[in-house]
Design a protein around this ligand. Structure first.
Ligand code: ATR
Length: 287
């Protein structure tokens, strides 16, 4: 039995155990996947991670509020992937087997990856929305936006605009990421205030934390898109309702959740997940 956990605070609501059990059934793997509560400080996080891997754990997911803490832990001790490095956040922990074979300690072999942005790209692609050459706007300049930018550019998008309520945060994020990644540096990225985002886009992505709070984004009247994507999921997302009323196709971020989980499972076990089949089963299970 392979043992996995998802570490967060709060953690009771996490859907990861159910999602990974569906992957296990699909691939014939025998797994145990549990929710792991952790007090909200870096020392506790490191202690939880060390105890888990010392106990024979195979892989861990990291969720709010520990993704940046996990990034720092991996950077200091083991290693991180380019996606985790650019995102400044880790959602997937594993042990580097080569390092272990060379005699490294468990903590020094800790490796952090980030599958969130690629999960987003894979979900968007599976919807049949074309990213190649697409004019894309992302609204938001926090962790969710940061993690999406490199995977979207790697997927071949055209012009990218980053809009945020606080415009300086969008501008700063673009400069920071351009310095961190040559791929991002070479790309044409504009930044603006959310209210100044106007015109026609192929894809607009809501990467703000506004989601189900009931608040709405101050969107310009002449802002339009073919496809609107909200990284949040749940019923009645105002962002999606706004663009659906203007004739756009829409999607919430539930498929991104499954997509990032599938990539974590693949990193850990080497098994490739049929995400469409898993999604059908999970939707049936949740009624
Ligand atoms: P996350 O990790 O989910 O991205 P975050 O780092 O706290 O969370 O970032 C939240 C993002 O949502 C920011 O872009 C924030 O805009 P500001 O930078 O101007 O704060 C955006 N956001 C949150 N509440 C918002 C609101 N009511 N209206 C517009 N933008 C909002």
């Amino acid at each position: 039995t392979h043992h996995f956990i998802v570490i967060g605070n709060p953690i009771a609501h996490s859907k990861s155990p159910e999602i990974h059990q569906v992957f296990a059934a699909q691939t014939g793997c025998d797994i145990r996947y549990e929710r792991q509560y952790c007090p909200n400080n870096a020392e506790s996080f490191t202690a939880v991670v060390e105890a888990f891997f010392h106990g024979g754990g195979m892989g861990a997911n990291v969720t709010v509020p520990f993704k940046q803490v996990a990034y720092a832990a991996c950077l200091a001790r083991g290693g991180i992937s380019e996606h985790a490095s650019v995102a400044g956040a880790v959602n997937t922990l594993l042990l580097n087997k080569e390092k272990l074979q060379q005699g490294a300690s468990l903590t020094d072999a800790l490796y952090g990856d980030n599958t969130d942005g690629q999960g987003l790209v894979n979900h968007i692609t599976s919807l049949g929305w074309q990213l190649e050459g697409a004019r894309v706007a992302i609204i938001g300049a926090g962790g969710a936006a940061r993690g999406a930018i490199l995977p979207l550019i790697e997927a071949g998008i055209g012009q990218l605009t980053l809009a945020n309520r606080t415009m300086s945060k969008a501008t700063d994020l673009v400069s920071e990421l351009s310095a961190a990644s040559a791929t991002i540096h070479q790309h044409d990225i504009k930044s603006c205030a959310t209210t100044e985002l106007t015109g026609q886009f192929d894809v607009i992505i809501n990467a703000t934390s506004i989601g189900l709070s009931g608040e709405t984004l101050p969107l310009a009247d002449d802002l339009n898109c073919h496809f609107a994507y909200d990284m949040m999921y749940g019923r009645e997302l105002p962002f999606l309702q706004h663009f659906a009323a203007r004739g756009a196709q829409t999607s919430d971020g539930y498929g991104m959740l499954i997509g990032q989980a599938a990539l974590s499972f693949e990193r850990w076990t080497g098994h490739v997940i049929d995400v469409a089949q898993a999604t059908t089963i999970l939707k049936k299970q949740s009624g």
